[in-house]
Design a protein around this ligand. Structure first.
Ligand SMILES: Nc1nc2c(ncn2[C@@H]2O[C@H](COP(=O)(O)OP(=O)(O)OP(=O)(O)O)[C@@H](O)[C@H]2O)c(=O)[nH]1
Ligand SMILES: [Mg+2]
Length: 329
């Protein structure tokens, strides 16, 4: 899919490096033909490491490079020289990345902290050189350990969005338009349902160079939790948002009802979603005159703060940002 910058899961193949061989070298000098064993140890094979990176927001960088091989360890050599450790492969991933075993689907790790390192696959240990095996009965062992093999495996790397604000609304509610006016993101916008097929993220610049992240997900419809439309697949992405911004267009036939349906879908998907802070924006408010606005204002759902906005006419957007910011902090 070409739309959006969003890749939410990807399968990767990784292999760690094999440990280097221990050396079975016997020391020889001009005047000492029977020198002792002096074979060094093999170096460790490289690890495959995942590193949390707070500057990343997607798995897009993994889309075109899915194979990761760490270097093998170097072999040991004479003079008890240890082989070089194989270089590790470090894969940067956004915070909120989950790593599953590709076969069993079991969650192996979750990366939540910046610069957090997780060894996905450990490199094989280097073999020990022959001098370790010298004993009273065998002064010149010609034996050294081979290195231990690396490991290879497939993983499924998955991303839960860590956006602060998740947009929730029916298709066509104006979610992508809002994202496009509040952030530098350029999501596709059109006058039909399910324009957005994949989540889009944008950074909302706020006063004094502060910012927060907003996620636009595909529209949710009645029955979404049972698999209708596309929203169900993406509902899990709003599980981590600290705030849900509901968007209902001003020309909705029944704002209250629409709000109830949205809440109900979230609840069916995961009841904990209802514990999140939420805010309701009546979008496309440029279509309302004062009279209609007053009329609508009297019939708004209870128990949620509501404001009127228009992305097109740039109305209420600063108030919206202020409100979002104060909720987030
Ligand atoms: N009048 C008016 N129209 C708007 C406003 N915001 C969005 N629209 C229009 O509403 C339609 C849908 O907008 P989108 O932003 O694509 O809606 P969406 O919620 O992202 O829709 P899906 O991706 O299908 O879920 C487009 O034709 C927009 O031009 C607004 O503030 N005022
Ligand atoms: Mg959209």
């Amino acid at each position: 899919m070409t739309e959006g910058n969003f890749v939410d899961y990807i399968k990767i193949y990784a292999s760690s490096g094999k440990g280097g061989r221990g050396s079975a070298h016997l020391h020889r000098e001009k005047y000492n033909a029977k020198g002792g064993p002096d074979g060094g140890d093999g170096g460790r094979g490289g690890h495959v490491i995942l590193r949390g990176d707070k500057a990343m927001w997607t798995l897009f960088h993994l889309k075109f490079k899915r194979h990761f091989r760490a270097e093998h360890g170097g072999d040991g050599s004479s003079n008890r020289s240890t082989g070089k450790d194989g270089s590790d492969v470090i894969i940067p991933v956004p915070l909120g990345t989950i790593i599953r075993d590709a076969d069993t689907d079991e969650i192996l790790f979750e990366i939540t902290d910046d610069q957090e390192d997780i060894i996905l696959l450990e490199g094989g240990k280097g073999g020990r050189g022959n001098w370790h095996f010298k004993s009273s009965t065998n002064q010149t062992p010609r034996y050294a350990q081979p290195g231990i093999d690396g490991i290879e495996a497939w993983f499924r790397i998955e991303l839960k969005i860590l956006a602060d604000v998740g947009l929730v609304g029916f298709p066509n509610a104006g979610k992508s338009t809002l994202l496009s006016v509040l952030t530098a993101a350029k999501p596709k916008i059109a006058d039909y349902a399910f324009t957005t097929l994949k989540p889009n993220l944008g950074i909302v610049e706020y006063r004094n160079h502060q910012s927060f992240v907003m996620a636009d997900i595909p529209g949710i419809i009645e029955g979404a939790a049972e698999g209708k439309g596309l929203g169900h697949y993406f509902l899990r992405h709003i599980e981590r948002n600290s705030l849900l911004l509901f968007l209902i267009p001003a020309d909705s036939d029944d704002i209250k009802k629409e709000y109830e349906i949205l809440l109900n879908e979230l609840k069916k998907h995961n009841p904990e979603l209802l514990d999140k802070q939420r805010l309701l924006a009546i979008s496309k408010a440029d279509m309302l005159d004062d009279e209609l606005k007053t009329e609508i204002a009297e019939e708004l759902p209870e128990g949620v703060e509501t404001l009127f906005i228009s992305s097109v006419a740039q109305q209420g957007l600063m108030e919206l940002k202020d409100k979002l910011w104060s909720f987030l902090n």
